[in-house]
Design a protein around this ligand. Structure first.
Ligand code: NAD
Length: 477
């Protein structure tokens, strides 16, 4: 007799494992099935985010930022160090340990919350049955009253640049280089291209990013994107816009990349090439089609605002459904679905999803951009404050960037918060909270912020909406 669960969650990434824990907290007998294995073949929970995404990239961004500071900034503080060299294998071993600790942490959370776990890949069968195949090809059938699909996404591979040994790689390969390439090419100036490009540039690689679109970071506020681009270029990143890659071939352990830009056909020879042209939903081997689960033309599972699919009692969350491919969005969907299965009235506020790019300076935003408001014909007020006028930023020696707040011209409700600068990945939460509480720019202006902090820039931007910023010369009357 097959085991029966109240809920079976397929996928143990930030959408699936969070959903499974919340289901168990609510008293539902829950099984999570996940196929990810470490190099020893052991389960490694956490999906892309923990294994080859958010966490390892942040570990490498941290190490490379320290190295770069040691090269360029220590001297300004009077810290004299004779020689500093980068031991890349040690940096990689540290990253691997961070990943190991966190993936094992999820296993411990499962045990503590009484979430059952099965290492293997799951496929939907009819009559609420799920077939799980382990790495030795043994199959098990389980029964579920509710099913949550959370199988995540994979890098898009393009036939014009097929992954080849460790020369043409995807984002996972670029997280694992054991030496710094002299020249590194990246296809795509998206979030992955910019973050991985930053890591290897800081460590000494000459980085060229080829981006097909003419516009840089089209999803970000234009003023912030333009300003960010200036900083990346100043740091030495060669970002070529309007450059469509048409082919890449490996010759003598190097890669020859051909691309088309306004001037015509060009080629460039590089030591390594990273393909970072987007990610696709993992919905191919789910058994979805056979059961009639509706997918859209790009392979995403069709869901409503509550992540309900076209099949009864089957939900889908995270990267396999509409919306940005972000861990925190998937986790919130996981919590919502768990609570709705338990009879609660949870929802996700899709208008309030923060975005962060972990470059230097960091880019972070929530809500509408200025160009979106213009396009929608919404009348708005704007307040901008530059970190150059922040005492804390001056003391830290990093005055790059600005905070911009957009508020409705009639109601003063905060419509968007856009940040560029150090620690903006942390500060953006203040904008998210303000919007969640439906705050006005005046609410933020009337709030006391600790001095000296970088967060004061948000306070000043809120004051600037009505022309009353304190630390700005030439204020409005
Ligand atoms: P992306 O879609 O953000 O960017 C890919 C870029 O590649 C696009 O700008 C596209 O125009 C370009 N491109 C495609 N084909 C090309 C060609 N032939 N030549 C030149 N350029 C080409 O994708 P990504 O950066 O791979 O990221 C994938 C997903 O992962 C995104 O949804 C992203 O939000 C998410 N992610 C988020 C974070 C974060 O939140 N910090 C970090 C990493 C990834």
């Amino acid at each position: 007799m097959a085991d029966q669960y109240d809920v079976v969650v397929i996928g143990g990434g930030p959408a699936g494992y969070v959903a499974a824990i919340r289901c168990a907290q609510l008293g539902l007998n829950t099984l999570c099935v996940d196929a990810w294995s470490d190099l020893a073949g052991k389960p490694s929970l956490g999906g892309t985010c923990l294994n080859v995404g958010c966490i390892p990239s942040k570990a490498l961004l941290e190490s490379s930022a320290w190295y770069e500071k040691s090269q360029h900034d220590f001297g300004h503080h009077g810290i004299n160090v004779k020689t500093i060299n980068m031991d890349v294998p040690v940096m990689q071993a540290r990253k691997d340990q961070v990943v190991k600790d966190l993936t094992q942490g999820i296993k411990a959370l499962f045990t503590a919350n009484k979430v059952n776990f099965h290492h293997g890949s799951a496929r939907l069968l009819n009559n609420a049955q799920i077939e799980i195949t382990d790495k030795d090809n043994n199959t098990t059938i389980v029964l579920a009253i509710h099913i949550i699909l959370a199988t995540g996404s994979s890098p898009v591979n393009i036939p014009i640049a097929p992954l080849t040994d460790d020369v043409i790689v995807d984002s996972s390969g670029a997280l694992a280089f054991n030496e710094v390439p002299k020249t590194l090419g990246i296809i795509g100036a998206g979030v992955i291209g910019l973050e991985l490009g930053s890591v290897w540039r800081r460590l000494g690689a000459k980085v060229t990013i080829l981006e097909a679109m003419d516009k840089f970071l089209p999803m970000a506020d234009e003023q912030i994107a333009d300003e960010a681009l200036k900083h990346y270029v100043k740091q030495g990143m060669d970002i070529q816009l309007g450059a469509r890659v048409e082919g890449a071939v490996v010759k003598n352990k190097k890669v020859e990349v051909s691309y088309q830009d306004k001037q015509g056909q060009k080629t460039i020879t590089l030591d390594k090439l990273v393909v970072a042209v987007g990610r696709k939903p993992n919905t191919q081997n789910l058994g979805a089609k056979e059961l009639g689960l509706k997918l859209d033309e790009r392979g995403f599972v069709e869901v409503d605002e509550y992540c309900v699919t076209s099949l009864p009692n089957v939900y889908a969350i995270g990267d396999i459904v509409r919306g940005p491919m972000l861990a925190h969005k998937g986790s919130e969907e996981g919590i919502m679905v768990a609570e709705r299965i338990a009879g609660q009235k949870a929802r996700v506020n899709y208008d309030n999803i923060p975005s962060v790019i972990y470059t230097e300076p960091e880019v972070a935003w929530v809500g509408k951009t200025e160009q979106e408001l213009k396009q929608a014909g919404v009348s708005y007020k704007s307040g901008v404050f530059s970190f150059a006028a922040s005492g804390r930023a001056r003391a830290a020696g990093d005055t790059k960037g600005l905070v911009k707040l957009l508020a409705d011209a009639k109601t003063d409700r905060i419509l968007g918060v856009h940040m560029l600068g150090a620690h903006c990945s942390e500060m953006i939460a203040q904008g998210v909270i303000a919007r969640e509480m439906m705050a006005s720019s005046e609410d933020l202006a009337l709030t006391m912020f600790a001095h000296p902090t970088l967060s004061e820039a948000l306070h000043e931007a809120a004051l600037a909406v009505s022309g009353h910023a304190i630390h700005v010369a030439g204020r409005k009357k």
